[in-house]
Design a protein around this ligand. Structure first.
Ligand SMILES: N[C@@H](CCC(=O)N[C@@H](CS)C(=O)NCC(=O)O)C(=O)O
Length: 202
């Protein structure tokens, strides 16, 4: 299978982390939609990354669908609980929260690259506040636990790593480590995993 993406997209990082954590053989191709000739336009009508192309040509998007599908390919590890409905919901809710941080951080990024006179400060503030609230909520829930949900790594952890790495990339001025030292320690530990190291290396 082939994953089309870019090294800056947090959604792509999440999809890559799922593939890497589960040791699923794949080819990673950097081919962002910012390139008019990107192959993503011929496989995903939305023209968005990540797009996962299976060997039979089936294209899967978007990142929650990719993650959910890839997780079913083997059990090592199971990243989305399968039989416990409440546990499954919690992991997917954690993913949604991290995805929401990505969504808001991207809105802020898109505003900030517009000419200053065209930037909507109200929109920037609203989305930054959503990120701030989400981080506080996550840090409060995490406490000193090792994983976001349950007793082993899940998709919620991989999504959160991707969201935090994106904040570091696009909002380096946001000092979330000082505000949430427990989250900082958690992120530092997760960042040492080979999957995260590989994804951060490009
Ligand atoms: N909800 C989608 C969001 C995907 C998305 O918005 N990807 C961005 C890159 S971060 C994209 O492809 N944008 C189109 C563009 O860059 O032109 C997912 O989870 O996969």
């Amino acid at each position: 299978m082939k994953l089309i993406g870019s090294n800056t997209s947090p959604y792509v990082r999440k999809a890559r982390l799922v593939l890497l954590e589960k040791s699923i053989p794949h080819t990673y191709v950097v081919d962002p939609p910012s390139e008019p000739a990107s192959q993503v336009y011929s496989v995903n009508p939305l023209g968005r990354i990540p797009a996962l192309i299976l060997d039979d040509g089936t294209c899967i998007f978007d990142s929650p669908v990719i993650a959910d599908y890839v997780d079913t390919l083997n059990d090592t590890p199971i990243l989305v609980p399968r039989n416990d409905a409440l546990a499954r919901m919690r992991v997917k809710r954690g993913e949604a929260l991290a995805d929401g941080i990505m969504d808001s951080a991207i809105v802020v990024r898109m505003e900030r690259i517009r000419p200053p006179e065209k930037q909507e400060q109200g929109n920037i503030d609203m989305h930054n506040l959503a990120v701030t609230r989400a981080l506080a909520h996550i840090a409060g829930q995490l406490g000193q636990r090792e994983w976001c949900e349950g007793s082993s790594i899940t998709l919620a952890d991989l999504a959160l790593v991707s969201a935090l790495a994106y904040l570091d990339l696009r909002q380096p001025e946001r000092d979330w480590r000082s505000t949430h030292p427990n989250l900082a320690a958690w992120f530092s530990r997760l960042s040492a995993r080979p999957s995260v190291q590989t994804s951060l290396a490009g």
